[in-house]
Design a protein around this ligand. Sequence first.
Ligand SMILES: Cc1cc2nc3c(=O)[nH]c(=O)nc-3n(C[C@H](O)[C@H](O)[C@H](O)COP(=O)(O)OP(=O)(O)OC[C@H]3O[C@@H](n4cnc5c(N)ncnc54)[C@H](O)[C@@H]3O)c2cc1C
Length: 463
Amino acid sequence: MERVEVAVVGGGPAGATAAERAAAHGAETVLFEQGVPREDREELGPDSTDAAGMLDYWIDIMDFEFEEIPDEVVLRELEGTEFIGPNSAVELTTTGMDASYPRFGYTFHRARMDDWLYERATDAGADLRVGTGVSDLETDLRSESPKGPTHTLTLSNGDQLEAQYVVLADGPQRRITLGALDQFTPPGRSITDQLSPPEANHIAYQEYREFPPELFEEFEDTLKFWWGYMPGETAYPWVFPNDGTVARVGLTMPIGMRLEDVDNPDAYALLDPEDDQLPSGSEYITRLLELEYGDEYDIEEDIPIVEDRGKSTGTETYPISSTRPIDSPVGANIAVAGGAMGTTSAFHEGGYHVAVRTGKIAGRLAATDSLENYNDVWKRAIGDEVLRNVSFADIVKAYEPDDWDWAFDTVSDMQGGSSDNALLNRTYSAGIGATKILGAYKKRKFNYRNGKYVQFSEDDYMY
Ligand SMILES: Cc1cc2nc3c(=O)[nH]c(=O)nc-3n(C[C@H](O)[C@H](O)[C@H](O)COP(=O)(O)OP(=O)(O)OC[C@H]3O[C@@H](n4cnc5c(N)ncnc54)[C@H](O)[C@@H]3O)c2cc1C
């Protein structure tokens, strides 16, 4: 049987960076990516579905210098973001975070960015096997290897391979992660129960649309989010400007939600009194575009779908992890990275940066026989970001349309008419609303302090 030092399952940003770091530190490394066809890539590659927005400080979290990212990856530099509530709106022109990148952020070509990570991994000496999936993983805890437990991976072509260390980076569907981790979970507390995709994930849908130039100009350097327009916890549509006059128009929503579950359907602008079920993703997008631009434009004619982009004819669907992270069973020589471990924010869905960082850490530690430090090291690297994200997700969990208006009005007051300032320092003049938002945020952060945001800790595994 073939034997390697480090095997990586899944080749998204977490897997590709894990493979690069492991190989760069001298380990014989192989990465398996099942391979997904896309309109914007000639050969099979990673899934690469993403609205592909990157905020300024996320580049630092990725531990990249902005200058090293190839020019063709960046589609549009951003100056800010606009949050639109049913009867309110607020614009932010700063993330309020220290960052080396001088602008608010940028949108990028996800497939090109992923391809660049592949180039780096290949250059470092990793063996990337695209088109070969992993169908099973079994761990031998009592292996005779001096480095402890080893793993047998069964591949989609029927071959088997033995690895000393495994980095699981199979994304939010966690096809291999769930079973692999359940080898070590106590009865009644399986990872499959806690991270089961329909419970732990949202579904995202997006379309690439060509906008008339005069309309595109209105948001060419701005991310737009509509909150309180569709029902469901952290369910919202967005528009992200790309190259030319193309924008990604997308949304995220809970999986399996039904109209019967919505308390006040009349409050949501994207629901129709005639609905007998919740709209599909594409119906939601059409309704959003009609609502915003339908007075002046014929949506299908003037803002058409760009069919040679995305996964299939200008559209794509993919799950997003919307849960809290888990620790990895490092005692079994396994690290879980990126979306598979639940690092993607349930609040704003940003996850590329934390996938890259956790992948880098996992690869380096596996290659240097120090994987036992993984859970501590990833918390030091991205713990603050996770803490912010899980705290915000908690606060807005039960927000109804009116609450979004209240929050955005409060944030506008906190800005005192100017959009260029750090919000949390301006609570005094904004009164009771601001104090309430800040108080709720501080309380959640306190409750999740010292890594308590982890929903399955290292001590919970049984070896
Ligand atoms: C529509 C949408 C919009 C988003 N917008 C943003 C955004 O604007 N900014 C941001 O930062 N994040 C965004 N995200 C989140 C971001 O895409 C994820 O957090 C990120 O992709 C996670 O990276 P990953 O490497 O962990 O997983 P993935 O990117 O999902 O990669 C996992 C890979 O593993 C492969 N795989 C799975 N199972 C197997 C197997 N058994 N064998 C071999 N290969 C396997 C898959 O094909 C896939 O290529 C968005 C996500 C979606 C869906």
